[in-house]
Ligand binder design. Sequence first.
Ligand SMILES: [Zn+2]
Ligand SMILES: [Zn+2]
Length: 352
Amino acid sequence: METLEYRCPNCNAYLVFDPKSGKMKCDYCLSDFSVDEVKENNDTRGKVHNEGQGHTHSEEHSSEDYLCYSCPSCGGEIIGDSTTAATECPFCENPTIITQRLSGEFKPDYVIPFKITKKEAVSALEKLYGGKKLLPNAFTKDNRVKKVTGMYVPYWICDCQASGTVRYDATRVRTYTDGRYMVTRTDIYNVIRGGTVAFDNIPQDGTTKLEGIHTESIEPYDYSEMIPFSNEYLSGYFADIYDVKSGDVLERAHERVKASVKESFKNTVIGYSTVTEGQSNINITNGDIHYALLPVWMLNTNWNGKTYTFAMNGQTGKVVGDLPVDKKKFWKRTAMFFGIFAAVAALIALVL
Ligand SMILES: [Zn+2]
Ligand SMILES: [Zn+2]
């Protein structure tokens, strides 16, 4: 396995990417270097180890199915799976980048580097816990949130243009009195909407490994900060490569685009009593797809036999997650809520 690590030219400790400064930082002697400096400096541009191939664990499986090699610093065994591209030694925390998994068809086009620090992620999660009155006390007591990890998640980013037309059958109904008669008049319209809409940066999951995390829920990312990929940004984080092929996501992305175009056309068909969508013809052109690694702070924790997952957008700080609920506390709250609701209902009745 070809691996890479970044070392401080002053003290030889590890250099990791620091979200706060956007630089490579040595936590030991506190020197920092810009990513470009590190790229150009041979002293910092870590050591590439050719550790030989990872062992195969059975005849049928090649070494590409999983990852197993000894840590260049402490000799401890580092194990990852077939999609691990950056990890750390579980014994000495040596950050390691598996360059072999970041080349050829797996070389990412872009990256959005972390902007939120681990400290900020931990305090946001603590706040999330703090704000939830329904959490069982036993769950919040342990210092679980400290185990949050920074992970670069593989995404496919699609661009395209959609143009076409949609027809609608619409009616406008008016009722009026004419002498002794009540008249209902229905006018029937054939409405056509057409146009071209450009879509940039539609994100699609590149991994099937993030069970329990709905990656859409931590979107959006600010793609104006997306930059060409470079290994340096991964130092100190975990990273996975894609296991969903671009062709599979492209089709899904185009369906999403067509639905969104139809929606935006339909939103302009207003002032009618009824609108029924008829024939539509929408074509996708200029389709383009890029492979990007996007930052997520993640926490997986077990409690009472169930796994709870939290995720935070590593760029914007948006947090999502499910939390265990204390049933007793839940009912107390619900009763209170209904109490308030009843009071409000009574108030409304009074006003009316
Ligand atoms: Zn140093
Ligand atoms: Zn180690």
